[in-house]
Write a protein that binds this ligand. Structure first.
Ligand SMILES: [Zn+2]
Length: 400
């Protein structure tokens, strides 16, 4: 940030002002118009702005409602889901009578009720490689309210490739995070999180829960940042990560630097087009996710069991060549395929706790589902796999 006579100068406004505000709009936005930093020019910029909200769920709900109330002229909504009763504890853009309806349509109706001057564009489809570039290209700014890692990396990479800024947020239980990622002016999501966490390590809100009102705390940061970027006021959250702890009631910031080796936004990127995000994030089947929920242990837990001579049977479900490169002491190699064929089941002891592991936790979660279905209900798998083990317990060993 440069400064002029001691006043922080923000990034240039993202959008040009609309030609005019109508008399009705002037009345509606009067409390904005009398803020010197917004004024007529800022409000006209909001009117001309096109903002896309990815998801009309926990974060998308407050984001869309306040963006609409603020007078953002065009709001896009990407959402393919329908309203479920369990959404209503936090997704306040939907109401009880919307249960079973399209979330996109329900969100549109609420936006229109808040502010009929907003144009709403619905994208009732799952965001994926085939549509993301076309959808994003129609907007000035993206607000990311997604709840899964594959879509987060997709949103990030598409935004970087298109040179678009986006406001990111995430929520879990009592904790929230938010930042602005804009590769032209700062880091991107991959600079902060180069790799997706191993499956099973980070539970979703559906598994772990989320305090409903947390969505408002993080969603309001996202909208605040969106308005600042659109109107070109204030000091945007570029290069800073805001971390909110509702239990402690603290907001703290950490600096996020642009990673000179970032796969997508560095000078020599290795990712120059969209990739397979499900594979990148090690997305596992629903059966495997269900099996891993509550049956995932950490490397430290495994090490403690070994040190205490617990009666465990550690099974490495990778392939022999991987086992040769690096392995966890005491592990027996039985590749995943032998479990899928059923031949490995008779090798499983009945009197020991079975601990499965693979490279990062995807394959072992799948095998865990097989074992549980076969009656080994107390079997567990190692979250993060041998990679996590090496990082935490035996850093001198190689990772491949
Ligand atoms: Zn980056």
């Amino acid at each position: 940030m440069t400064t002029t006579i001691g006043v922080p100068v923000s990034l240039p406004p993202l959008v040009e002002p609309a030609a005019e505000l109508t008399v009705d709009e002037v009345r509606r936005y009067s409390r904005h118009l009398i803020i010197p930093d917004v004024g007529m020019a800022g409000q006209k910029r909001l009117k001309n702005a096109k903002v896309l909200c990815v998801g009309a769920g926990g974060l998308g709900s407050p984001a869309l409602m306040y963006l609409a109330a603020a007078g953002v002229g065009t709001l896009g909504i990407v959402e393919f889901d329908t309203v479920d009763e369990s959404n209503l504890q936090r997704q306040i853009i939907h109401g009880h009578s919307d249960i079973g309806r399209s979330k996109a349509e329900s969100a549109r109706d609420s936006v229109k009720e808040i502010n009929p001057y907003v144009e709403v564009i619905l994208h009732e489809e799952r965001l994926d490689n085939s549509n993301v570039m076309e959808i994003f290209s129609g907007y000035d700014l993206i607000v990311d309210g997604t709840d899964n890692f594959a879509t987060r990396y997709l949103v990030n990479d598409a935004a970087v490739l298109l040179g678009k800024p986006y406001v990111w947020g995430s929520i879990y239980r009592f904790d929230g995070q938010a930042s602005v990622f804009w590769a032209e002016h700062g880091p991107c999501y991959r600079c902060l999180y180069p790799e997706a966490p191993p499956p099973g390590m980070v539970p979703s809100c559906a598994e772990g829960g989320v305090l409903g009102v947390l969505c408002a705390s993080i969603g309001s940061i996202q909208v605040t940042e969106a308005i600042k970027l659109l109107a070109g006021v204030g000091d945007p959250l570029v290069g800073r990560l805001m971390i909110y702890d509702a239990l402690e009631m603290t907001y703290r910031q950490v600096k996020v630097r642009k990673d000179p080796n970032c796969a997508v936004c560095s000078e020599n990127p290795t990712v120059t087009e969209l990739i397979d995000y499900e594979a990148f994030c090690g997305v596992v089947s629903e059966e495997a996710q269900a099996a891993a929920a509550g049956s995932t242990i950490t490397s430290k837990q495994l090490k403690a069991w070994q040190d205490e001579n617990e009666d465990i049977f550690l099974v490495d479900v990778r392939e022999p060549n991987e086992y040769e490169i690096v392995s966890i002491p005491g592990a027996t190699l039985i590749p995943k395929g032998e479990f899928l064929m059923g031949t490995a089941l008779e090798l499983m002891p009945q009197d020991k706790k079975i601990v499965l592991h693979c490279k990062t936790g995807v394959r072992s979660a799948e095998v865990l589902a097989v074992l549980k279905a076969a009656g080994f209900s107390d079997a567990v798998h190692l979250g993060g796999g041998v990679v996590g083990w090496v990082n935490q317990i035996e850093p001198e060993k190689p990772i491949y």
